[in-house]
Design a protein around this ligand. Structure first.
Ligand SMILES: [Zn+2]
Length: 353
């Protein structure tokens, strides 16, 4: 009789596993449930007997095992498992008291922070992007009211956590916020030649249509800001009431009131803006009989004959004056008594350039 072969440890373990697998295939759903519960109880008991370090080690080992197993699954399976886990977590959390829940949340936040501190900057960015995306997605499914509630809560939390910071830390955060806002506001540069041409044409099509309520000049959007009387609370009342009086108020084409940056800056220093209409530059309404005169008629009855160098501005269809302007007064007496007249008598100086 040949000697009985001793089975190696590996072989025995393998056979054990196979037997268990066979048993598991045959077991019914309640049996499976019972087995899992028993397993859990066993683990719990074991853990209670172990020290904290051992428990932590075992947990870490399990987590890494779970993670490596999960890497081999398809995306669909992973998603299903994650959903089930989230549900489990939520249901077990709903049974906790508020304090316990806070503790759990703190622990999780701490874990998240510590695991994140071990990541590289790129990985951290990826995680942040993914979280932002998830947040946006879940928020897009909320109603407007729910969204408002969430926003309020977040603002409150941010304010609270910021109030606990030192002045320096707060300054750093503020700078970062400003930078983020500015970079968000900056448009992405055009990628192709077509895009660049389109952008150029769009820019060139813009016209100066924004009226400064203080100096009544027509300006581009870049040169103005939305007018808010509350911004001038700190300047003297007389200045404010005189320069920014209601009667000078001008509404722009889009229904908003604007003020140019030049006037705004000067007013902030409590000074009269040079070009403000209140600086005795206000033009009276034209009488109806003078409203539809042609260019020549206007020249004939003008009280001054202006000499100035006119230039066409690069864009916007506006004309500008360059250099000094000379006004020659005209005697309108003869014009009023003698119409029509020859150009030689009309005080028009003809020049040949
Ligand atoms: Zn202005």
């Amino acid at each position: 009789m040949p000697p009985r072969k001793r089975k190696s440890d590996d072989q025995r373990r393998k056979e054990n596993k196979e037997r268990q697998a066979r048993l598991r295939e045959r077991e019914t759903s309640p049996q499976r449930k019972r087995r899992l519960e028993e397993q859990k109880d066993r683990q719990k008991k074991l853990r209670e007997e172990q020290s904290t370090d051992e428990v932590e080690g075992a947990r870490a080992r399990e987590t890494s095992l779970r993670r490596s197993k999960r890497l081999q699954l398809s995306a669909e399976q992973t998603g299903r498992i994650r959903n089930r886990e989230t549900q489990q977590r939520e249901s077990s959390r709903s049974q906790l008291s508020t304090e316990e829940r806070d503790t759990v949340r703190d622990r999780e936040t701490h874990q998240r922070q510590s695991s994140r501190s071990q990541l590289s900057t790129e990985e951290r960015d990826t995680v942040r992007d993914r979280e932002t995306h998830q947040r946006q997605l879940s928020r897009s499914q909320l109603s407007t009211e729910e969204r408002d509630t969430v926003r309020d809560r977040e603002t409150h939390q941010r304010q609270l956590s910021r109030s606990q910071l030192s002045t320096e830390e707060r300054g750093i955060i503020r700078d970062k916020d400003t930078q983020q806002r500015q970079s968000r506001r900056k448009e992405a540069p055009p990628q192709t030649l077509d895009q660049a041409i389109k952008k150029f044409q769009q820019e060139m099509r813009k016209r100066p249509v924004h009226i400064c309520t203080c100096c009544h000049r027509l300006l581009y959007r870049k040169g103005v800001q939305v007018f808010d009387i509350a911004k001038y609370d700190k300047i003297s009342r007389e200045m404010r009431d005189f320069v920014l009086a209601e009667k000078y108020r001008e509404v722009s084409i889009d229904g908003k009131i604007y003020i140019c940056l030049t006037c705004h800056k000067t007013l902030k220093c409590d000074k009269m803006p040079v070009q403000a209409v209140a600086n005795f530059l206000y033009l009276e309404e034209q009488p109806p009989e003078l409203q539809d005169l042609n260019e020549l008629e206007l020249r004939i009855i003008s009280l001054r004959i202006p000499f100035m160098r006119m230039v066409t501005l690069p864009r916007g269809g506006q004309k500008g004056i360059r250099g000094a302007a000379v006004n020659v007064p005209a005697d309108l007496g003869p014009v009023c008594t003698l119409l029509p007249r020859l150009p030689a008598d009309a005080h028009i100086v003809s020049l040949c350039l």
